[in-house]
Design a binder for this molecule. Structure first.
Ligand SMILES: Nc1ncnc2c1ncn2[C@@H]1O[C@H](COP(=O)(O)OP(=O)(O)O)[C@@H](O)[C@H]1O
Ligand SMILES: [Mg+2]
Length: 259
């Protein structure tokens, strides 16, 4: 079991942010975590990352159960995380190669001397993510899509068991988005891929490789299970409280609002 959340709740200043979350992720599964703005996605990810501690319930991530000892640091070495907040922390003048290398040390910026092996691995990841053409460019000069690729390569430097992509297509145009999704699909289909948790509020980004989906609404699990049983016109009409229709094209769902 990669993740096991049992009745997890999170309260802050008397506000119930998450309620009775149950979520089990098995080895080899890739999941979409879907929810509207403010539904609690980031709060939930912060529990998985051990930045938030459940107010009640039980959280076990990669076999480590929170509560007895503080496990955050040990855990975070095994979880790759790509998010908007990480994006903002990277030094603009570091080149793409250095940004990827820094992932081996889990640092922002490069302070230790990387081994030849690390350099080779970073090159391989830049190649795999399609970034080799701008390996020597400063991070600050890269487009949004190029930055996301570099950050995914950086996250993979540490061979994480879980890779969390928190809204990775934000700010991308159609072409850049589809190209990034192609890379994510390739990665997810590899035999040694980490378990991917793909966080989004766009239905059309749910790739076939994400066979499981969790719908979060107002801090609660609204529905969770096989993607094709969750992403249906009926469930989403109730979820949004407006009539919608799901159309599948090439194994991907598209959402249409009914008149
Ligand atoms: N530290 C906090 N104290 C109080 N409320 C918070 C705190 N962190 C998040 N929230 C609230 O919890 C809800 C869920 O937030 P968040 O997890 O960021 O949603 P999402 O990532 O799905 O957009 C929001 O209503 C947000 O305002
Ligand atoms: Mg969020």
């Amino acid at each position: 079991m990669v993740l096991d959340l049992e009745n997890v709740t999170l309260k802050r200043d008397d506000v119930q942010i998450l309620q009775n979350i149950n979520w089990q992720i098995e080895q080899g599964e890739h999941w979409v975590l879907y929810g509207l703005n403010g539904s609690g996605k980031t709060a939930l990810l912060d529990i998985i990352n051990a930045y938030n501690f459940p107010t009640s319930g039980k959280a076990t991530v990669l076999g480590l159960t929170f509560g007895k000892v503080y496990l955050g640091e040990e855990l975070r070495k095994r979880i790759g995380f790509v998010s908007a907040s990480l994006q903002g922390k990277i030094y603009q003048t570091d080149n793409a190669f250095e940004v990827v290398l820094s992932g081996a040390f889990a640092s922002i910026g490069l302070y230790q001397t990387p081994t030849d092996e690390m350099r080779e691995k970073a090159s391989g990841l830049l190649e795999e993510l399609g970034c080799i053409g701008y390996a020597n460019r400063e991070y600050g000069t890269l487009s949004q899509g190029e930055r996301q690729r570099v950050l995914i390569a950086r996250a993979l430097m540490a061979d994480p068991s879980i890779l969390i992509l928190d809204e990775p297509t934000n700010g991308l145009d159609f072409i850049a988005r589809e190209q990034l999704l192609d890379s994510i699909e390739k990665l997810a289909n590899k035999a040694n891929s980490p378990t991917i948790i793909y966080v989004t509020h766009h239905i059309e980004e749910i790739l076939p490789v994400f066979s499981k989906t969790m719908l979060l609404k107002s801090g609660e699990v609204y529905a969770s299970g096989q993607t094709n049983q969750i992403i249906t016109s009926e469930i989403l009409t109730n979820y949004f409280n407006i009539p919608v229709h799901v159309r599948w094209e090439n194994d991907r769902p598209y959402l249409v609002k009914n008149k």
